[in-house]
Design a protein around this ligand. Structure first.
Ligand code: ZN
Length: 398
């Protein structure tokens, strides 16, 4: 069935300009045409939906979530939730995420391969959820703190073990791989500035992914770890909180995507009574410089893809657009660039640009209808009352 959505203002994600008086033509799950109404030639009778006074944008993409974390004040409490309940909870959270307009997510670390079950459940049509690119367990060297998220890490040391760890995730169905190139904020023993897996260990993981055409994401705060990861060929640097000039240059030169996760710091600070002190302390130490660092990365030409770290403390699934608002309100990205970071650039970063990320002929019809201009007011994306409808593969989800 062909449906014509007409009279809306269209933001395709592919260009910087919104198209007024546009037409979006969807044939089953695929886009046939997206552009000015005057250029749409086919005049056959189809189902027509008048969206006068509305805006259409591509379905949003979050490049960094943890579907099985619930946003507890102290994430250590997650260890008390057993896996079956956690799996059901993840299914509910993915439905919330889709209804918030996020039609694609990349999941970068979940305990005990819950992510593969949830993804399979969505694809089988058992429940609603976004398209999912998922990594399985996070590959980490032996270090203090991994026990804080019991079951989330595959501890590996040395090139051969890292290779095996990558193969294990791929065997289970990983779409991408995730590894720790530096210590973390989110566990008590982690030293964010300290490099972890060596360049040759990271390269072994990257190579195993590439054999199957799959990319690797590296958790990296400190500059040394970022540079190790970039040199080893990872596709995305997660966080990048302590990047220095060298690290930014290396990302820019290699075309490595940066996925900053910035707004969660404000959530920590709004809940200092319940968020563990070590997280507040580490995050506070880094946050002041973080905004400048990401601005420098933008200036240097590092492609920015949006990620939230959803699931971490008070960082609820379904509130993902708060990060887009943060990027705009801190003047890191313009509203249009922030939308692109959450659509086209995000799709490129997670290797899904052939299917999603822009509204162009041949792509899947994942889009959101808004009742207010998101470029004029970026908070439109974060306020459910302005989300008129969400479509995944041409089908309404609300
Ligand atoms: Zn994360």
């Amino acid at each position: 069935m062909t449906v014509i959505y007409k009279n809306a203002t269209l933001i395709t994600g592919a260009t910087d300009q919104a198209i007024p008086d546009a037409v979006l033509v969807v044939d089953n799950e695929t886009i046939l045409y997206a552009g000015p109404s005057k250029d749409w030639q086919d005049r056959n009778e189809h189902e027509v939906v008048d969206l006068d006074g509305h805006w259409i944008i591509p379905g949003l993409i979050d490049c960094h979530i943890h579907m099985d974390l619930y946003g507890f004040g102290d994430t250590f409490q997650e260890n008390l939730v057993e896996d079956k309940l956690r799996t059901l909870r993840s299914a509910k959270l993915m439905s919330d995420t889709l209804c918030a307009g996020f039609t694609t997510i990349r999941n970068v670390g979940t305990v005990n391969h819950i992510d593969f079950a949830v993804k399979a459940g969505i694809e089988a049509g058992y429940f609603k959820g976004p398209r999912i690119c998922t990594s399985g367990k996070i590959i980490s060297m032996t270090c203090s703190g991994t026990e804080y998220f019991d079951g989330m890490y595959r501890v590996a040391d040395g090139v051969d073990d890292c290779r095996k760890a990558a193969r294990e995730q791929l065997k289970e169905g990983a779409d991408c791989l995730k590894l720790m190139a530096t210590g973390a904020v989110m566990n008590p023993g982690g030293v964010p500035g300290a490099a972890q897996l060596n360049e040759d260990e990271i390269r072994a993981v990257v190579e195993e992914g590439l054999k199957l055409g799959k990319h690797t994401a590296a958790h990296a705060h400190g500059a040394d770890g970022i540079i190790n990861a970039v040199n080893a060929g990872v596709r995305t640097i997660e966080h990048g909180t302590m990047a220095d000039e060298r690290a930014i240059e290396s990302m820019a030169a290699a075309g490595t995507y940066l996925v900053p996760t910035m707004s969660l710091h404000d959530l920590f600070m709004a809940h200092i009574d319940t968020v563990p002190e070590f997280m507040i302390e580490k995050s506070s130490r880094m946050q002041d410089d973080y905004i400048d660092i990401v601005k420098q990365a933008v200036k240097a030409g590092v492609p920015i893809a949006m990620g939230t770290d959803a699931g971490t403390n008070y960082n609820y699934h379904g509130n993902n657009a708060a990060e887009i608002v943060y990027l705009v309100e801190k003047e890191i990205l313009s509203p249009m660039t922030a939308i692109q970071a959450s659509t086209r650039v995000a799709a490129e970063a997670i290797q899904m640009a052939d299917r999603v990320g822009t509204l162009e002929p041949g792509k899947l019809a994942d889009f959101i209808v808004l009742d207010r201009d998101p470029v004029e007011n970026i908070r439109t994306l974060a306020e459910p009352k302005h989300i008129h409808q969400v479509f995944k593969g041409g089908a309404p989800v609300l």
